[in-house]
Design a protein around this ligand. Sequence first.
Ligand SMILES: [Zn+2]
Ligand SMILES: [Zn+2]
Length: 319
Amino acid sequence: MQELRYNPVTGEWVIISAATNERPTQPADSCPVCPRSQEFYGDYDLAAFDNRFPALSSDLSSVEEIDSNLLKRGPSRGKCEVLMYTSSHGLSVPNMGLIQLEKLVEMWCDRYKEISKLDFIKSIFIFENRGREVGASLQHAHGQLYSFPFVPSRLEKKAKTLSDYYSCNRSCLICDLLTDNSFTKNTVFENDSFMAVVPFFAKFPYEIHLYPFRHVSRIIDLTAVEKRDLAHAIRKTAKLYDSIYEEEFPYMMTLYNPPENCGFVYDDSYHFHIEFYPPKRAKDKLKWMASVETGTWAFVNPTEPEAMADTMKRLEVQQ
Ligand SMILES: [Zn+2]
Ligand SMILES: [Zn+2]
């Protein structure tokens, strides 16, 4: 069963996708996404392909009528893509070449441009789940893209907060944060175009956000130099993470772009950024999304963000 269901109590859509529960895990002896394997007949460098078990699909399937004044269902129309970062099975972001990561940023932009032309798509969410701890079922370096026929509630909240701030102040909230000393003192590193910071309001112990210094609303608005600097900042963040316990460090990397095709222009108010959420709080301890986090959306961070920023500033990584 594939459909959207509306929760009238919270005002949120839920994606019902019974097929995703049947997703296979990677067999121990072979990788289904290496060149010349189950998914690919030939070689590739980078690749984007439709997820075989999509939560949302571009086929317009009809949904059953529902006999209720309160409950709604809708077609789960959207696109879920798998984005292969490289054909080399042993590589991942921290040890990939900078040129390959620049190509990845270009691929994100190409897919974003293409999918945002579909007027039923309201939100495009690009992300990477790295490591079994955050549910990655394939070991081969890859990310994903979900494009939704609605704006998921946290993304809607973020876009509204930023546009409300712009309406009141005629400036971008994130541009203003980037000149606020209390915010920037947690900067872990920066390059010419991007700043990596443990946010003052971090929810996770090792959370890092990447912000472009220049006001850029969507990833596709970055210049070629900024895309190169973004590739550099992503790799450096991943290298820092791997150096914390000198082992592969799991993370969720999430890219934030404004809603699309909603009849509202976010060019001045929305500032593109990336948030990294690593689930670890110690070498052998995970921070769970438990009752408080899941039930209330209020997070309990067991560390002080300033101390975590200082710890990560001191880590030495090879460029
Ligand atoms: Zn592989
Ligand atoms: Zn801005």
